[in-house]
Design a protein around this ligand. Structure first.
Ligand code: NDP
Length: 303
């Protein structure tokens, strides 16, 4: 009998449901801030060019921000927009008191220097958590703005496991956007953390020894069932579109059916980490608005 012939042992971590409840709690906070403090948290989303995937992501961010009661600005610039024009827009948004969060959708067109653009964002409005000031705060164990996807992974892990102290975790992937900040957040939660990457030796054996396995690689179904420790919690960050028959489907970085037969809990793709990213963008915007106004940060906005 192979793994697939057994019923999935794992509990499915419902990221879509968690994200919907989080967005509702954030909407309640926004409504309360507006009526009690006259504070209307504002998010500006900037898209340069017309990459179809980026348009879908931006559309979802703007829609959910509006639905949750945030002030939401949607800036669309042509693909050929000069870098100077984008930087001028960021300077205007930095100076705008109605805007508490700025998100520039990545990747940017090739003629624009991504790191220069991120560096131009006021760190207090950097709701993507990519500015070196926020990356440095996280590395130093101080409270800044944390990238949205790792923040969402932490919320799902705490919900699934409760106290994370002392757990053995492996994060496969070391990008500035996902792997590295997530490893730092797990460390801050007192996990014992290993970061794996393309040069790691015997990755299957390393993964098989850990209580928490996070895959943030960008390789469809790379993590197989026999990489998973029985009962482990598996967080699949990957979003990969692959051909299947006549159509294309979304799959993660984990071979879901195989892994679910062995794991204790696992996120599906889609419906796992993805929806948490957008909800956490709203959480970061709320946090930025509260910090700017000198108000306490609500628990919903904390990892
Ligand atoms: P990057 O391409 O920036 O990083 C990928 C990482 O995976 C690198 O550190 C790389 O190692 C490592 N890697 C690549 N191949 C292997 C391998 N064979 N074995 C071990 N490690 C390997 O990707 P991102 O971090 O930006 O994204 C990762 C995935 O998450 C993608 O599928 C992306 O679409 C998805 N994603 C999902 C989001 C969501 O909302 N759910 C948000 C952001 C991303 P090295 O550094 O050595 O090259």
């Amino acid at each position: 009998m192979n793994d697939l012939s057994r019923a999935p042992a794992a509990r499915i971590i419902d990221g879509a449901g968690f994200a919907a409840r989080l967005r509702q709690r954030l909407a309640d906070r926004v409504a309360a801030l507006k009526s009690a403090q006259g504070l209307h948290p504002g998010l500006a989303v900037v898209l340069v060019g017309d990459d179809p995937a980026s348009r879908v992501y931006v559309g979802s961010k703007v829609k959910h921000a509006r639905e949750a009661g945030f002030l939401s600005q949607d800036h669309r610039l042509a693909a050929a927009t000069p870098e100077g024009e984008l930087l001028a827009l960021i300077r205007r948004l930095n100076a705008d008191p109605a805007i508490h969060g700025i998100l520039v959708q990545l990747p940017l067109p090739k003629h624009i220097d991504q790191s220069r653009v991120i560096a131009a964002i006021d760190p207090a409005k950097d709701v993507d958590g990519l500015h070196v000031v926020n990356a440095g705060m996280l590395a130093a164990g101080r409270d800044g703005l944390v990238p949205c996807t790792p923040l969402g992974c932490m919320m799902l892990l705490r919900d699934a496991l409760g106290d994370l102290r002392g757990r053995e975790a492996v994060v496969v992937g070391r990008s500035a956007l996902v792997g590295k900040p997530l490893a730092l957040l797990l460390l801050a939660a007192d996990c014992t953390v290993t970061i794996a990457h393309s040069k790691t030796r015997d990755l299957p054996a390393l993964c098989r020894s850990k209580d928490i396995l996070v895959a943030a690689v960008g390789r469809p179904e790379m993590v197989r069932g026999d990489w998973v420790k029985p009962g482990a919690t598996v967080i699949d960050v990957g979003i990969n579109r692959v051909p299947r028959g006549e159509k294309s489907v979304l799959v993660g970085d984990v071979a879901f059916a195989e892994a679910a037969a062995v794991a204790g809990a696992i996120t599906p793709v889609p419906g796992g980490v993805g929806p948490m990213t957008v909800a956490c963008l709203l959480a970061n915007t709320l946090k930025a608005a509260c910090l700017r106004a000198g108000l306490p940060v609500p628990p919903e906005a904390v990892a």
